[in-house]
Design a protein around this ligand. Sequence first.
Ligand SMILES: [Fe+2]
Length: 212
Amino acid sequence: MPSFAQHLLTTPAFLAAAMSRLPLEGAVAFPLVDDTGCKKMLMAIESLTFRKGTPVVGSPGNEVEQDFDICMNFDDKTALDAYQGAFEKQLNSAIEAMTPQPYQTPFFFNDTAALRYYEGSKGISPHRDLVCFEAVIAILTLSGEAGFYICDDRNKTNAKRLEAKAGVMILMRGKNFAGIEDRPFHFVEGITKERVGYGLRYNAKEPKEKAQ
Ligand SMILES: [Fe+2]
């Protein structure tokens, strides 16, 4: 697999400092991947087959509206795998540098999703990611722009904007990060330019090892 480490703009120490803000802030944003790295990942994503995301999901009374195309857990993803490997390596060093460790290591992601929000999309309304997603949720924007907001509830109370733009990682707390069960509400809106994002999650209900 080709190396991707040269495209990462962070260090384990930087990631540890960023993760130390997650208990209070819920999510943090920072530049993670350089332009060349984003282009390589976009090229890999261009070859994937997307489907329309289900427009409304969630239980009655807790409906979530979403407006994007999605492609999940696909094979054949060389640059995307290379990115994941390089990022996981830094993330594990960062987790191990924190006292106490916010999650056990070795940590790895086992759920991948590429998302495309077209210009003018309604985005996704306030929701929390599924309880099975633990530790950290890593949303990388590869192109375009949107507002990613952390908030207190489904009514967007105390919404705080994080700018989702190319190369920027939005790292969000999943269940059981630093022993915290609660997960932050969040939403996406203001897609001023078609946005492609790549998300990595750890589904604690899946087998421990990645299926090869
Ligand atoms: Fe989400």
